[in-house]
Design a protein around this ligand. Sequence first.
Ligand code: FE
Ligand code: FE
Ligand code: ZN
Length: 276
Amino acid sequence: MLFIGCHLSASKGNVGMIQTAEELGANTFAFFTRNPRGSQAKPLDIADCEKAMELLRQKNFGKLVAHGAYTMNLCTAREKDRLFTRELLKDDLSRMAYLPGNFYNFHPGSHVGQGVETGISQIVEALRYAMEPDHPVTVLLETMAGKGSEIGGRFEELKVIIDGVGSERIGVCMDTCHVYDAGYDIVNDLDGVLEEFDRVIGLDRLCALHLNDSKNPFSSHKDRHECIGKGALGEETFRNIVNHPLLKGKPMILETPNELPDYAKEIALLRQMEND
Ligand code: FE
Ligand code: FE
Ligand code: ZN
């Protein structure tokens, strides 16, 4: 079963997103847990969460992949800001507890000149603070393009974070644009990249994917998404991904530069590729 969807606006609530997803031919989706560029979150609507959980089960949706705010940098340099940021993370996770069993993905952070080691230890500290021992949502670290001082461009960095947190409830969301930009050649050697992921992190930690083509060439460390088949990755790469036995059943989320009608077309294209 292919679980495919795209990033949706959370303005109509969880039930509203499920309706939109169905209209687009999607059976999973992503959304921001709060304003992507700020820190404001809408008041939590528990009835909407409960109704959504019931609908997701009824309609056989795959796991949802919520996305933390871009501005949430767990390894920002000022301690005061780090303490504020880890409260945002804790709040996000406590809200996600009303959508149990789903995923919460975020960008690990940028060390802003403090160094990779310091950055990683600050990320670990924040996650250990924010993750309740029994919280019902798996936290996913997104693979990053390695732009600037971004952490998470190397599988090794994600592995150190995962080991530092030491929880069953932490995994990875692989962004196809980001890994290619980071220097993992999923165009010519998807098998090799998955083997490396398995060797360094373990494929049991790979929980979800972001499907994006890239506007930039291999290993460019840029992070500019392109529509499926229109960038450096090309259609064939996505055909390989949706049909790869090791990726079967994992939620795949489009974050391509599209409005909803074009998301529907990309979802249909990927479903067609799976059946070819
Ligand atoms: Fe992301
Ligand atoms: Fe992404
Ligand atoms: Zn990106």
